[in-house]
Design a protein around this ligand. Structure first.
Ligand SMILES: Cc1ncc(COP(=O)(O)O)c(C=O)c1O
Length: 391
């Protein structure tokens, strides 16, 4: 069979080698502790599940409007206005099958061959793959611990060319957990204000922020920034709804919304009707109480994992401000993150994600979306592994 050049450009995830090794070892009866989860370990709040059951029993099981039912888009619009200071009307919102689908649609609508997309590194693995898929070119800005893994105005200026189409911002970040402050977003605005660059602001971890830090939405900086920003969000991480597939995109560009509506109507159509009803509760209802509890639990786990990792002399980690990952510096042990992860998995049965998968060597990602007992046991094993290879 002859496959399209487009599809063969999509890479296999760099994490596959590690996850298939973890699976093999588990099948052999080894006790494997995994810290690779990209989703909350909590169950979806009961009020959300009850609403889904109500939707099924009342026969709300047919096609809906392609971009989502009005009632849901109204709740999203209210949420964005109240919580994020983003003035989007329901007609400026498209609900899709998870934030990943919203990103796919946005990239599809905006990237032409050879367009450049600026991606701060380390990055979430999907962005460069999608850029590649649509024929664009990823321009990576390498960040470092010294700048809290955030880009500086100087770096951004250097990366911009006449071909730059998009800038991707992920705050809080996967994999580093860092958050762009209002001042930092203003500095980014100052650099792009005289260009035609569009920002894709991925705010999926928005609700998981710690130490009373105030999350600031990119588009809330000023009206001009709002016009240049495409906001992406969803309920996967905030309401433990990864399997329900609900994400959304908001843009002030009416023509873009119309084109995305066409794309979605010719591909997936509406997201499932039951998830739409349940999401209204997720955004609006009692489940907010549960999601506040999720956040507190994550903060306690973060504190525990951060303290334990930093007690291991050869490792170093910055305190993440949000999301549920530690991005750990392993350079004193082994700069090759895949080799480190493989060896740790084989010797101590602990699965981490190599930093190279996110574009940064010398680091590993540790997800604390798991119980405190799991965290304590896992870090004890990491400590044991490091002692065994250092001595
Ligand atoms: C930064 C980032 N954006 C988007 C997504 C996708 O979220 P969803 O499950 O809503 O498609 C993820 C999931 O891991 C993520 O880490």
């Amino acid at each position: 069979m002859k496959y399209s050049s487009r599809i063969t450009k999509l890479g296999e995830s760099l994490t596959i080698a590690i996850s298939s090794l973890a699976r093999d070892l588990k099948e052999q009866g080894r006790d494997i502790l995994s810290f690779s989860a990209g989703e909350p370990d909590f169950d979806t709040p009961k009020s959300i599940k009850d609403e889904a059951i109500r939707a099924i029993n009342s026969g709300f099981t047919k096609y809906t409007q392609v971009s989502g039912i009005n009632e849901l888009k109204l709740v999203i619009s209210d949420k964005l206005k109240k919580e994020n200071l983003l003035n989007y009307e329901p007609s400026e919102i498209i609900v899709s099958n998870g934030a990943k689908h919203s990103l796919f649609n946005a990239f599809s609508a905006l990237i032409d061959k050879n367009d450049e997309v600026i991606i701060p590194s380390p990055y979430w693995v999907t962005y460069p793959e999608l850029v590649n898929y649509f024929g664009g070119k990823s321009i990576f800005i390498q960040t470092s611990e010294d700048s809290d893994f955030k880009i500086t105005s100087f770096q951004l200026k250097q990366a911009i060319t006449s071909k730059t189409k998009l800038l991707i911002l992920t705050s809080p970040s996967n994999p580093t957990g860092m958050i762009y402050s209002k001042d930092e977003l203003e500095a980014i605005y100052d650099v792009i204000k005289d260009t035609g660059i569009i920002i894709i602001s991925d705010e999926i971890y928005e609700k998981l922020v710690y130490d009373n830090i105030k999350f600031v939405s990119c588009g809330s900086i000023n009206d001009d920034m709002l016009n240049r920003t495409i906001t992406i969000n969803g309920l996967s991480k905030s309401s433990a709804m990864t399997g329900w597939r609900m994400g959304y995109l908001a843009s002030k560009d009416k023509q873009l919304i119309k084109l995305l509506n066409n794309l979605q109507s010719q591909s997936t159509s509406n997201i499932n009707s039951i998830t739409q009803k349940a999401s209204i509760i997720g955004l609006n209802g009692d489940s907010n109480i549960d999601t506040k509890d999720f956040c507190q639990t994550f903060e306690n786990r973060r504190n525990l994992a951060y303290k334990m990792i930093n007690q291991i002399q050869q490792l170093k980690v910055k305190l993440p401000q949000g999301a549920f990952y530690l991005f750990i510096n392993i350079q004193k042990v082994n700069n090759d993150s895949i080799a480190f992860c493989k060896d740790l998995l084989e010797k101590e049965g602990v699965a981490l994600v190599p930093g190279i998968a996110f574009g940064m060597e010398g680091y590993v990602r540790f997800s604390f979306a798991c119980s405190e007992e799991h965290i304590i046991e896992g870090i004890k094993r990491i400590d044991k592994y490091i002692k065994s290879i250092i001595n």
